[in-house]
Design a protein around this ligand. Structure first.
Ligand SMILES: *Cc1c(COP(=O)(O)O)cnc(C)c1O
Length: 427
């Protein structure tokens, strides 16, 4: 069995250990929810204060030019690009993941219709993040298209001659299962469909190579593993072969070729800039811009490859210890194989524990300073305890502490206490 001493030795040799100091985490908290809201990078508060006091307060409207506000969405996009295998000038940070998904699905349906008019179906996974499915549903309703939802093992067989777009989230938000991006994209193309990836749980968590996989469109989230802060702008990428083929439906002035010409007719900007709609949230964008410098710093210590190696080491030892210290209490929902999972581990209670105890276990852990989250199940899927592992600021010793806390919650039956069974608005 791996020991605490082993972990302390790994931590002492961890090439990424200096990165933890780039974050401001509360004392005594082991944060296993960076997959839902990334932690605060230490440099962000001063940067945001400077944007507010100097760029806005002092320089006022000149800052659109003098502080580079106007180009900020594209500069932030250029910082995200190397994390997802995109080229310079191919990514823009803007709007929300939901809004960007609407734009790229709309673009993909349009491009598919130009190439093959009979294709009018979007295929996705039934267990995809609900907002992705809601957006696809609304778009299909508007365009008279069909949304077909399938299980992961049915994807290949579902790609018939009617399918315009395959839209998947690379790492599943509930289970942590990861698709083989290159293989799935190749299967979509072989079937004549376009491939849209949602990278919400991948960008900054696992190495992604959109160009290498030859994907068509992608969106992703700024406030999860990229640590941009609550409601941080999301991002959007379109392959250069498609980007100039369509306007995108939310043709606002920020996506216009000459927004400050104030002319009545819409002319889309060249390239990815056309995926912007209206005036951008500069304070939020500045926070994300600053947060992304952590990844530039991580490059000095091996970048995404080193982060991935550490994430797998942390999650491996977490899985090992949960099995040993909480024997029989949980079933692992996340695939064990490295190639098939992202940077989170999900557990579901077995019948050893009272039915419905997953929520209270998570609450009891939070009270002990171990912050994970809970996702409710339904007829088709179980309740889960979800633990996200951000190798930028977590150590092996943190994993040991987290599993000890979990063990104590079970030994003391803390999940039975009423204060851990009151449901909060946001889980
Ligand atoms: C987190 C997440 C979102 C969030 O969308 P917002 O529009 O930013 O609220 C969307 N899709 C997936 C797969 C996610 O994990």
């Amino acid at each position: 069995m791996t020991t605490l001493l082993d972990c302390q030795q790994w931590d002492a040799q961890d090439p990424l250990r200096a990165l933890r100091d780039l974050f401001d985490l509360p004392q005594g908290v082991i944060y296993l929810d960076g997959n839902s809201l990334g932690a605060l990078p230490r440099a962000v508060p001063a940067r945001v204060a400077q944007v507010v006091a100097e760029e806005w307060g002092r320089d006022l409207i000149q800052s659109w030019n003098s502080a580079g506000w106007f180009d900020l969405p594209r500069r932030v996009g250029d910082k995200i690009a190397p994390l997802i295998g995109a080229g310079a000038g191919e990514v823009v940070a803007t709007d929300t993941t939901s809004t960007n998904l609407y734009k790229v699905l709309s673009a993909a349906l349009h491009v598919a219709a130009q190439d093959a008019p009979g294709r009018r179906t979007i295929v996705s996974e039934r267990s995809n993040f609900p907002t992705d499915l809601y957006i696809a549903e609304a778009l299909c309703k508007e365009r008279g298209c069909t949304l077909k939802l399938v299980e992961p093992h049915e994807i290949a067989a579902s790609l018939g001659a009617d399918v315009a777009v395959l839209m998947l989230t690379h790492v599943n938000y509930r289970t942590g299962a990861m698709h083989d991006m290159a293989a799935v994209t190749a299967a979509a193309h072989a079937a004549g469909a376009l491939m849209v990836w949602d990278l919400a749980h991948s960008a900054g968590a696992v190495p992604v190579d959109l160009t290498g996989a030859d994907a068509d469109y992608a969106v992703g989230c700024g406030y999860k593993y990229l640590n941009g802060g609550p409601g941080a702008p999301a991002f959007v990428w379109a392959h250069p072969r498609h980007v100039d083929r369509f306007w995108q439906p939310l043709a606002g002035w920020w996506g216009h070729a000459a927004p400050f010409a104030f002319i009545p007719g819409y002319q889309p900007a060249a390239g990815i800039a056309r995926f912007q709609c209206g005036t951008q949230p500069i304070v939020s964008l500045s926070a994300l811009d600053c947060a992304l410098d952590v990844f530039a710093e991580a490059e000095r210590f091996g970048g995404m490859a080193a982060l991935r190696a550490k994430s797998l080491a942390l999650t491996d030892v977490f899985i090992e210890w949960v099995g040993q210290l909480c024997p029989g209490a949980f079933t692992l929902v996340t695939p064990r194989e490295h190639a098939q999972r992202g940077s989170q581990v999900c557990l579901t209670p077995t019948e050893q524990l009272p039915a419905g105890s997953a929520y209270a276990i998570v609450q009891a852990l939070i009270a002990r300073g171990v912050v994970g989250d809970f996702r409710a199940g339904d007829a088709a899927q179980p309740d889960i305890l979800r633990f996200g592992f951000t190798p930028l600021y977590l150590s092996h010793e943190n994993v040991w502490q987290a599993v000890q806390a979990l063990r104590e919650v079970l030994l003391n039956q803390e999940y039975a206490l009423p204060q851990f069974n009151r449901k909060l608005a946001v889980t």
